[in-house]
Design a protein around this ligand. Sequence first.
Ligand code: TMP
Ligand code: ASP
Length: 248
Amino acid sequence: MESLFPGKEKLYEGKAKMIFPGDNPGEVYMVFKDSATAFNGVKKGTIEDKGRLNAEISAILFNLLEERGIKTHYIEKVDEVTLKVRKLRILPVEVVVRNIVAGSLSKRSGREEGTPLPRPVLEIYYKSDELGDPLWNDEHVLVFGVLTEDELSEVKEMARKVSGILREFFAGRGLELVDMKLEFGRIVTSGPAGEEVLGPIVLGDEISPDTCRFWDKSTGEKLDKDRFRRDLGGVREAYVEVLRRISN
Ligand code: TMP
Ligand code: ASP
């Protein structure tokens, strides 16, 4: 995959994506990989074709959100596994929006998976591999200076909007958006002396079955990374099905 960007050094490599320098200032390439991890990297594997599927799914969803007035880092899809995006300084939080109890909330609350929530529940996790991305409350985020009060309210408001738009969109495609994880960042541009200048907050990262839970509305079948996390089989088929539902 590195040969896609000959002579260019990776800026960053994560568990599911690589970032390469862009051809224009303020832009980077986000290359989606087939590798998958779970439980903070303890479980490792490969999902055949996942890079292509997640790049395509993310591109469709970023396009949709942009059409609905949400500012994102997305510029365009440049090949099967690569999106051209704006360079961001990622805010060190993961914002999870939940519509139905599942996963870690089920464990933490003692409520059964599948219990509907009367309203969307927002959670903030502090991004730290070392600490395993702990769940923080607003007080922690503010008192440790991870976000300012304005940043916190802005990302929470954006996360609610994004989740609302996508839940309705997926419902129309027979899929329940159970929960999702979002990341935000400030647009990075360069100033007159080449210094980094930080701009507005936009939605970043990816939106895919790696970062959302999707359940088929009629059968309840899981169509997301839980198939990998829980060894349910049919992982690639689930990602293919999500793409099929949202295409056209
Ligand atoms: P959780 O129930 O395990 O806390 O996950 C909530 C949502 O966040 C689910 O849609 C999966 C997504 N997620 C990620 O994208 N990255 C992660 O590291 C974790 C733990 C969850
Ligand atoms: N991506 C995360 C990790 O490696 C966790 C997850 O999605 O379950 O570990």
